[in-house]
Design a protein around this ligand. Sequence first.
Ligand SMILES: [Zn+2]
Length: 229
Amino acid sequence: MPPTPPSPKSGAPKSERPVLLPQKVSVVALADVCRATTLEFMNGAGGAWQKRELASWLAGPYRALTSLAQRQQRESERMINVLARVAVVRPVRLAAKSPEISERRIADLLASARAEVGATLEGLRDCDVGVGFVFDVLGAGLVQRCVDRDGEAGWVPLDLPRQRLADRVASLIAVDYLLRAEDYEQKLATCAACGLVSFEDDRHGARACPRNVSESGIPGPRVERVTAA
Ligand SMILES: [Zn+2]
């Protein structure tokens, strides 16, 4: 039973216009990529990921998804700068150079973010918890409304300043969950042996490892994994 998410209008500022998705990018295709990108994080962070892999995830699929809303974001940032100048309020300056982050800290960051996202995913098996998740995500402004060229309404994830890693992943989950909550209740599977997370049509939430994935926890090719029954 999917929860009934609050109206898209409830969490967003009233002035916020929906992002118009590019040609050939449908609301559903976008949610598919958000789901795959979440699984890539969960299964990477639970396995062999280090600093370099996290950096390529952030600069690759994550940036591609969050860039959909960036044009509008840049415009609003420019507006804030204009307003700040008019009001003679100095915008907060970011540190010019961020200190080098050690591999150890990255490992801790990955482990804690993965644990937090894992708990979120577990919670979404329950639609009451799902309603709370939706309110949290909309309240924190982690997603923005979008519309595709067929007029279907959906959501895009936002890349916010100083956002926590777990919240970045949560924004991707939200895009997918707001469209297909029932998949999280019925198809989400976590392998008890290796922790691999997947969506499987025939499993109905049972914990089992997909056939094409080794016990090392390193996922197979994404396309095969998605279609495995
Ligand atoms: Zn397994």
